[in-house]
Write a protein that binds this ligand. Structure first.
Ligand code: AMP
Ligand code: GLY
Length: 426
């Protein structure tokens, strides 16, 4: 099969690496890709939301399967664009249509969806731009921390956890009245704070049946011990020791089943990933958010443990045949550490030479990189996700960091504590 992956992050490099191992894959393309995807696939210089050129490319190269990595093309309706075209509609695609992608594209939609289908989640109330005063009055009754969420996509920056009522009021003013995130903050949710441990659960559904992929824990804050601002993700670990059989059964019964059935009941066809961001409060799971895609850097750890042929799995999903499909998971641990450009998530440098890549024994998935004259250069905030494996968590952590320490560039940075909190839980 000829396959096109859309995206340019570490997630897409991991997808490409795994897809390339399948005997079902003939030609593999990534649009636009990075220096890592160029090692296993052909990069195509087309933007992720340039549907016209993506469509023309698919017809020209006789693409059989499209895997959509990031949320932006999904929320903008790449599937709807393909389905509306007489030729493109025959191409298999993994990723929901515009309606289904609202699970991620609108936090108000997803909150209402969860309420309609009795999916446990934090209580929340939505306010519009002309209700700034009401929203500020509403938070006066809250015990901080107070969670404020821009309704739309805000590149991972749309959530503010305010530690005082004053801070919450300022954030409301910026988001609602001053439209800090543009249209994305035309609506804001004010949400109850959930105090617990986070877990990412990944489901691949064809709209009726589903498979559950290995779970992972993401490390979102920039600094060790979860300090400093939020990022796109600084590391991941799979499996997660506290996600035992009993807990995962609660997740499946109370969250996964009602979510998939809810989509079906509402007439929303869905062929793609649902990434469920959970908070475990005491021993109960609550949904923090849905994403209509896989996570980054969770995918890097998850795919290292997935034994199935990924192309076979994706095709089975796209053809709505997941009913009798079973997932095989390697019981080993996988740990991913993201190496960033110094300064990220604020201002950072691009174009620094990356050295030491040839010395590593782990999988190095590229995110913000580009290559020229046989050298690799930094080209984004999150530069690499170094992923190690081991029989147990301790070994996986040490394998991963052995490689991380061999790689560097000017002002490179990484967290030193990925997985440490889970070691204490074991
Ligand atoms: P999101 O952009 O929805 O992934 O939210 C970013 C981060 O904010 C999450 O990973 C959580 O750490 C945190 N968060 C979101 N909602 C809540 C909540 N209701 N209670 C506590 N933390 C939250
Ligand atoms: N690592 C979190 C995300 O992909 O949204």
């Amino acid at each position: 099969m000829n396959i096109l992956i859309i995206g340019n992050g570490g997630r897409e490099h991991a997808f490409a690496w795994k897809i390339k191992q399948s005997p079902l894959c003939t030609n593999l393309f990534v649009a636009p890709g990075n220096a890592g995807t160029a090692l296993v696939a052909n990069n195509i210089a087309i933007a992720v939301d340039d549907f016209h050129h993506l469509g023309a490319f698919c017809l020209g190269q006789k693409i059989d399967l499209v895997l959509v990595g990031p949320e932006v093309p999904l929320v903008k309706g790449i599937r709807d664009y393909f389905e509306a075209d007489a030729q493109l509609k025959n191409i298999l695609m993994v990723g929901p249509g515009k309606k289904g992608a609202q699970l991620e594209g609108s936090k108000d939609f997803s909150k209402q969806f969860m309420l309609r289908h009795n999916v446990p989640t934090a209580k929340a109330k939505t306010f519009l731009a002309n209700e700034t005063k009401e929203a500020q009055k509403y938070v006066e009754g809250f015990q901080p921390p107070i969670v404020l969420k821009a309704d739309g996509l805000a590149a991972g920056k749309g959530v503010v956890i305010a530690n005082s009522i004053v801070e919450a009021k300022t954030a409301i003013q910026e988001m609602l009245a001053e439209k800090k995130f543009g249209e994305a903050s035309a609506k804001v949710l004010i949400e109850e704070f959930l105090d617990g441990i986070e877990l990412s659960v990944f489901v691949l559904t064809d709209g009726t049946s589903y498979v559950i992929l290995p779970e992972a824990k993401d490390y979102k804050r920039i600094g060790d011990n979860d300090s400093g601002p939020n990022t796109g993700g600084m590391g991941s670990v799979s499996p997660v020791p506290f996600a035992d059989t009993a807990f995962m059964k609660k997740v499946e019964d109370r969250i996964i089943k009602p979510t998939v059935e809810g989509l079906k009941k509402e007439g929303i066809p869905y062929r793609g990933f649902i990434f469920i961001g959970l908070m475990k409060v005491k021993d109960e799971p609550y949904v923090i958010e849905y994403n209509a895609r896989m996570g980054d850097p969770e995918t890097q750890s998850v795919l290292l443990r997935l034994k199935n042929d990924l192309v076979e799995l994706l095709v089975t999903c796209a053809k709505e045949e997941l009913k009798n499909y079973s997932i095989e998971i390697d019981p080993a641990y996988a740990v991913s550490v993201v190496m960033t450009a110094g300064g990220y998530p604020e201002k950072y440098n691009k174009g620094d030479v990356i050295s030491g890549l040839e010395n590593t024994s782990s999988h190095v998935f590229h995110a913000g990189t580009k290559s020229a004259n046989g050298k690799n250069f930094t080209d984004g905030g999150r530069v690499l996700a170094v992923t190690g494996k081991g029989r147990d968590l301790k070994t996986a952590i040490s394998n991963c960091y052995d490689s991380v320490k061999k790689i560097s560039w000017k002002d490179s940075y990484y967290r030193k504590d990925i997985g440490q909190d889970l070691l204490d839980l074991q």
